[in-house]
Design a protein around this ligand. Sequence first.
Ligand code: DAT
Ligand code: MG
Length: 140
Amino acid sequence: MTVSRTFSIIKPDATRRNLTGAVTKMLEDGGLRVVASKRIHMTQAQAEGFYAVHKERPFFGELVEFMVSEPVVVQVLEGENAVLRNREIMGATNPSDADAGTIRKELALSIGENTVHGSDSEENAAIEIAYFFKDEEIVG
Ligand code: DAT
Ligand code: MG
């Protein structure tokens, strides 16, 4: 068994609707363990840096504006094939394309306000974890 880590954000649409616990329960029920967690209000610079890969996309401004609109909960998740497992639990980016039982199908409001972020590769997971957490904040 290969235990690995991924990075997750419970987005503003979820914190606003008091769904931090509901989202976390779906992650835990899916086999992932929260090994670091903090509630933060992202700055504009933090959000722009985090989503820099999308800066040429037409939705970039809207995405950054949304991510700084309310607090978020950033988390490090651990489990077997954590990156892939988390993407399965999250469901497709657009909630109308997501499978039943996934976080986005059950809880997301729209393609923009889609409740959770999850790293898309092991390499990006390491970069994203380091963007928000110091090593000593992660307790496995
Ligand atoms: P994911 O979050 O599933 O990895 P992504 O990396 O392609 O999706 O995009 C990052 C976020 O940007 C996504 O969670 C919501 C927003 N987004 C993506 N496509 C969008 C679109 N067509 N319109 C509005 N927001 C979009
Ligand atoms: Mg992505």
